[in-house]
Design a protein around this ligand. Structure first.
Ligand code: HEM
Length: 411
């Protein structure tokens, strides 16, 4: 029997995938710009140039129904939260223009640079407070619950004006969107995830009602205020969907990026030492970490006509999986791409935040948190290291790189 190909092993339940997905992606990328992945039933795009070509052509490669293509749902789950519900049907990453523009424009105008800059002092204070708790606990720490998870959760709650006390509950509900994209989940788990999304939607509706009564300086209030002033005409469902997508996309991605970044930096000891000694350009370090520690490994597009990618024919209706993670390690673009290297010329050319119509809404906020968390941790705990011999397992998910734990010793 022939050995399975890289594409055949590209399945989050395959041990080779769990051991080194980047090696599989490197093989796929070297062989062809596009690879049909049997386990997913999608065409995977893995080279930097072709990833940009696909993301830049929203006419030929649409987003509508593309996110849904990655969902694996039992009817028992969709009976509780259907694909026609706002969190799916009106989700920014799952729609095209003109609906996409209608949903995105109000968000962008409320998401202005001053709002993000005003969060910087609280982000720094949150990092310091979490590091104080880590210092007080001492010894062996799991960085995921100690820093990587609470920081983005607090930040997103502050941005949106949600009580910090609700953060964990909200995050548990929104994890449902990840569960829904994981093939082979037991029906009971899917049902729990569907209930989570329904609860999240109800919670957001309550929040909208509260903030309509008692406005504050939050992003949610800004959206409502602008609607009342006639600057946007979002329906209640559309408002719910916009708030939901910012909550989900705004924290889960950053949690995983932080976890991957610490894992990588603590593995690449020389780079950690450089950060400790202050011998790095903070912006270049941030970009290099975003490139190397990519957390959103890939998302979907749907071919709207018979077309091609890098000379490979793609039939109309096919689902295309665009891999930001593979593109970020394309040797045709980045020299020695598997190595974390700071300084790295051209580090900013990563595609971690996507490109084109669906370009991420929150790069400034993500960069702020990553920079402050990494540099302040290195200053406070210069001797921090990964627990010797400890593995850093990831959830089995081809679209995400999400560590389950990052165990470290402070000294
Ligand atoms: C390191 C952290 C982050 C990563 C890796 C990341 C990654 C991405 C990517 C790859 C996309 C493009 C989706 C596509 O091509 O269909 C995206 C879209 C989006 N991101 Fe981020 N993101 C991060 C942080 C944030 C933050 C902090 C926010 C908000 C506070 C945010 C909000 C969004 C939203 C709302 C979209 C949908 C945009 C659209 O479809 O028009 N993200 N993000």
């Amino acid at each position: 029997m022939q050995n399975p190909t890289a594409a055949e092993q590209f399945d989050s339940h395959n041990p080779r995938f769990a051991a080194d997905r980047f090696a599989l992606m490197a093989q796929m990328r070297a062989e062809s710009p596009v690879t049909l992945v049997p386990a997913l039933g999608v065409y995977a795009v893995t080279r930097w140039q072709e990833v940009r070509d696909v993301l830049g052509d929203a006419e030929a490669f649409a987003s509508s129904q593309a996110f849904s293509a990655g969902l694996h749902l039992a009817p028992e789950a969709t009976a509780i939260y259907s694909l026609a519900s706002p969190m799916f049907a009106l989700n920014l990453i799952n729609v095209d223009k003109p609906l996409h523009k209608r949903l995105r424009d109000p968000l962008m105008s409320a998401f202005h640079i001053k709002r993000i800059q005003s969060l910087a002092p609280t982000v720094i204070a949150d990092v310091e407070e979490l590091l104080d708790s880590i210092a007080a606990a001492g010894g062996q720490i799991d960085l995921l619950p100690a820093l990587c998870r609470p920081l983005p959760l607090r930040t997103i709650c502050r941005l949106m004006g949600l009580p910090l006390a609700d953060a964990e509950r909200l995050s548990g509900w929104s994890d449902a969107l990840i569960a829904f994209q994981t093939p082979g989940l037991p029906v009971e788990v899917q049902i729990g995830a569907a209930q989570g999304l329904r609860d999240l939607e109800n919670y957001i509706r309550d929040m909208i009602a509260q903030k309509t009564e008692a406005p504050d300086e939050s992003l949610i209030s800004a959206l409502i205020r602008r609607r009342d002033a006639g600057e946007n005409d979002l329906s209640d469902d559309e408002l719910v969907a916009d708030i939901g997508v910012v909550f989900f996309a705004g924290h889960e991605t950053t949690v995983n990026t932080l976890a991957n970044a610490f894992h990588t930096l603590l593995t690449e000891r020389k780079q950690w030492q450089a950060v400790v000694s202050g011998n790095v350009d903070a912006e270049n370090l941030t970009d290099e970490l975003l490139r190397h520690a990519t957390s959103v490994m890939g998302l979907y597009r749907r071919a709207t006509k018979d077309t091609e990618i890098g000379g490979v024919p793609i039939p109309e209706g096919a689902t295309v999986w665009v891999s930001y993670g593979a593109a970020n390690r394309d040797p045709a673009k980045f020299d020695a791409p598997e190595t974390l290297r700071c300084p790295r010329e051209g580090a900013r050319q990563h595609v971690t935040f996507g490109l084109g119509a669906h370009y991420c809404v929150g790069p400034l906020l993500a960069r702020l948190q990553l920079r402050e968390a990494v540099i302040r941790t290195a200053q406070r705990f210069p001797e921090m290291r990964l627990v010797p011999g400890a593995v850093v397992p990831e959830i089995p998910h081809h679209g995400l790189r999400a560590p389950i734990t990052v165990p470290v010793l402070l000294k």
